[in-house]
Design a protein around this ligand. Sequence first.
Ligand code: CP3
Length: 360
Amino acid sequence: MTTTTAGNAARDDHPGPGGPADSPFVRACRRKPVPHTPVWFMRQAGRSLPEYREVRAGIPMLESCRRPELVTEITLQPVRRHGVDAAILFSDIVVPVAAAGVDLDIVPGTGPVVAEPVRTLADVDRIRAIDPSDVSFVDEAVRLLVAELGDTPLIGFAGAPFTLASYLVEGGPSRNHVRTKALMHGAPDVWHALLGRLTEITLAFLRVQIDAGVSAVQLFDSWAGALSEADYRRFVLPHSATVLGALADAGVPRIHFGVGTAELLGAMGEAGADVVGVDWRTPLDAATVRIGPDRAVQGNLDPAVLFAPWEVVEAEVRRVLGEAAAAPGHVFNLGHGVLPETDPEVLTRVVALVHEATTS
Ligand code: CP3
């Protein structure tokens, strides 16, 4: 049986010596002193690794997410290879939406594609709530992983209501989010009903992961940067704040991330995060001023810089670390996910460099 979320609070209030709750990653999220700056990479488990392509061969993406042993193997691959300070569960933001009965697929090279886009209240009503049994494969994978990982923390995650809504309303990936914004402004009742339903699904999905033992959660609002701050505050923030607020006592740090969010960094922190993820466009010292002293930052090496000569990569890593010195806590990461063509050996060198450069 699962333990309760409240039970996990005890784990955090009385961390024993060692263990994931006392790891450099969780300590940095909590703005506590660290032996070195922790580092992990968004999309570290995935197509940049040959061993990933090998185990995934012939298995569709969504199907892979539903096989706990395969999820465990893929999640562990970058930990073994790079020595990162945290693992991130191999899954996808649309997994809970599929579990809620939405007919969708993840198309290679494209991303999530939804058979019948959601545009009316009747469409919203067809999206079910989920209960833990709908995603029991996630519970099982997290338990297997926590047993394997020992002191290395596992990060759980979910898509934020806005980014999920964008896929559902557009029917797939979108550059301008035109239909999403048209719905938001033109039919706010439908919009808030949809985001309310996605909030419940996201929360249920994160609670399963927390109850199964993840050490932190990240809410991916990848496309929030498409919005003005005023629209973000009106149409999105209340829903993301419900998700993050409901997890305030869950005993694990909450990371809130989006791309192109320079204007939204303060608001994204206000939504209730312990850590705000910053893309590569905003230097971390400037981001820290916007986010304030009560939250740590995560980021923010440009993933494209990993394709430059090593001297450039090294200088950029050192620049990010220098700018992060202004932050009350720093988790080193890229400003967005690892690009599929990235040389994995460069990632390994970045991990070693961050550790060496920050060990006192
Ligand atoms: O970070 C990790 O290593 C954990 C795994 C992870 C995946 N997706 C695996 C995946 C995570 C955290 C995600 C989150 C996700 N999925 C986001 C938020 C993060 C971000 O990048 O902003 C978004 C927007 C999605 C939606 C999605 N799923 C996209 C845009 C794609 C890429 C489509 C493509 O093929 O170019 C996917 C598919 C996906 N999710 C893959 C992986 C490894 C590729 C599938 C494959 O290998 O066949």
